[in-house]
Design a binder for this molecule. Sequence first.
Ligand SMILES: Cc1ncc(COP(=O)(O)O)c(C=O)c1O
Length: 377
Amino acid sequence: MTALDVRSGVPFLDLRRVTDEVAPDVRAGWNALLESGAFIGGEVVAGFESDLAAFCGTSYAVGVANGTDALHLTLRGLGIGPGDSVIVPANTFVATVEAVVLAGATPRFADVDPETLLITADSIAAAMLPSAKAVIAVHLYGQMPDMDAISQYAEARGLLLIEDAAQAQGATFGTRRAGAYGAAGCFSFYPGKNLGAFGDAGAVVTSDPALVDRLLALRDHGRAVGTHHDHVLVGTNSRLDGVQAVVLSAKLRHLEDWNRARRDLMGLYRELLDPARAAPVAEQAGGRGVHHLAVVRVADRERVRHQLDADGIATGIHYPVPCHLMQPYRRYADGALPAAERAADEVLSLPMYPHLAADDVIRVAETLNQVAGSRHP
Ligand SMILES: Cc1ncc(COP(=O)(O)O)c(C=O)c1O
């Protein structure tokens, strides 16, 4: 390669332009915050909470410190704890499972659909136990699973349905948005998420006023709502601060546009990739994903990844080890989960962010079609 051939790389994630688009609003909001001095809670946080609830189609939103707390406090708020099992997909970010254990309950692992890699009503049924009190449906990579089938099953078996929507702000299934299907929807606003803060943040959306009261207490040292010294629960400190709420309110106004851009980019990947070599994770019928991650399946992943890297293309893996095989959680496993285990060996996440150039998608797809071998030799 001569100096003239040198091309700049394609980063896995680049949020510079997302940040630039909201910078004027964020600066104005932060200036107002400096004047008001309401750094935690206050009007800015309440404003974001009501905007988020309206966006999701729920009656309420409660801001918390991060997505893990959103899940953990929701479980506790719904009264789930020691002696209860919670069904979770094995193919998810570890926090889904971590939250169950933090709440004192026992995770019960379910396999995922071999094509969409999402939990299904059938896989929940296969994992069902008499002690199961809830199921956490994870909207992995930005896609909601078949929420009609899952909510029907959950209702019939008396399971509470909780949505882990950390990767799916704005995704829909049928006519409802992520967060509006279950007893509660839990969001992470980690900076790289579709709706990301400039630090850690999270929220729970729900239409259950009793859960809201419990969450408001749990996030603030167990204080009964409207009191200062009346600590009625063992809570924690998981408050959302105004500094992040300003960012989140500004970004929420752009989320639909950014999600549309992600959908277009994913469409281009699907059009260009050779599925015999690099197969995009299947779309869930009935849903409209927001493509937090662009995940394909390849054979000989480490070699493929290395060759992409040598060509300046950065990739990720979500996730290389399914949760039931992780050291702290193996003790809760009960046999093999073949679809999740196979996925963990094959998945490769390609560059994906709203301002990714179409030319870069073309470059990634063409390179991948060349370097990936046949998946079914
Ligand atoms: C599916 C899923 N659940 C939960 C979380 C936890 O969120 P946080 O990192 O904000 O605690 C994340 C994000 O990292 C996630 O991707």
